[in-house]
Design a binder for this molecule. Structure first.
Ligand code: SF4
Ligand code: SF4
Ligand code: FES
Length: 251
């Protein structure tokens, strides 16, 4: 649909809180270049000053404005209105995997509890502080994460199966990968990945990768290599035999 073909568009926005709610329709005048967050701000300014929306940078970098636009997890500040079908109401809902506080604002504090489980960078003793550029590039990808939690929101292990107690989620596999693949880090987080972050529950559907606004290859570059580390550490029969021989008492 060509830009400017519609004078007005209807946004169907969830209004409610932890006790429930319902969508409400708002008619918004379209402006060239408008993004969904602009439309929400227009509603706040002209029709519903109490509409709760979290945002900060409006530049796709703070990760605050995450929501579900027509059922797809998106940054509302990076979703242009002219990329949506404007001849029908546009659904704007809060992220489904997190409890609603009010309207489009969800309680994402569970993520920060998961984050606290991950041991920080621990420098390996006795190594020169030099890194190959390829190693730098590899972890740099993971440092692009803006903690929008769209990947956490889409992951079926959290979204449909509510495994928050057993599973850390893709965002925290990315963070763990940034530490585990750091050439100067000396800690092993394999047991944490297996027992506390539940990496075995991930069945590599790649849904997390598809919604990441930073184009981090979450599944291929973080999760699969971490799964391989866990397999090497706990399930490789040859390595298990070597460890057994090494730990056997000398006669
Ligand atoms: S690849 Fe794994 S972490 Fe990513 S959405 Fe699928 S199950 Fe979740
Ligand atoms: S990995 Fe991507 S989708 Fe997940 S929190 Fe970070 S930026 Fe968002
Ligand atoms: S407002 Fe910062 S990412 Fe959208």
């Amino acid at each position: 649909m060509a830009e400017g073909s519609f004078a007005e568009v209807t946004l169907r926005v969830f209004r409610g809180d932890k006790d429930g709610g319902a969508p409400a329709d708002y008619s918004v005048p379209l402006v060239p270049g408008m993004v969904v967050l602009d439309a929400l701000h227009w509603i706040q300014a002209h029709q519903a000053p109490d509409l709760a929306v979290r945002w900060n940078c409006k530049a796709g970098k703070c990760g605050s404005c995450s929501a579900e636009v027509n059922g797809r997890p998106r940054l509302t500040c990076k979703t242009r209105m002219d990329s949506l079908p404007l001849d029908q109401p546009i659904d704007i809902f809060p992220m489904k995997s997190f409890p609603v506080i009010k309207d489009l604002v969800t309680d994402v504090s569970w993520n920060f509890k998961v984050n606290r489980k991950i041991p920080p960078f621990q420098p390996r003793p006795g190594v020169a502080w030099k890194m190959d550029q390829r190693d730098v590039d590899r972890i740099q990808e993971f440092r692009k994460c803006i903690e929008c939690f769209l990947c956490q929101n889409i992951c079926h292990v959290l979204r449909d199966h509510d495994k928050q107690e057993q599973f850390g989620g893709p965002r925290f596999f990315v963070r763990t990968a940034s530490l585990e693949m750091h050439p100067l880090d000396g800690a092993s987080r394999a047991r944490l990945l297996k027992d506390e972050l539940g990496i075995g529950l991930c069945n590599i559907t790649k849904c997390c990768t598809e919604v990441c606004p930073e184009d981090i290859h979450i599944t291929d570059n973080a999760i699969i290599p971490l799964k391989e580390r866990v397999v090497d550490e706990f399930y490789d029969p040859l390595l298990m035999l070597v460890r057994k021989i090494r730990s056997a008492p000398k006669s």
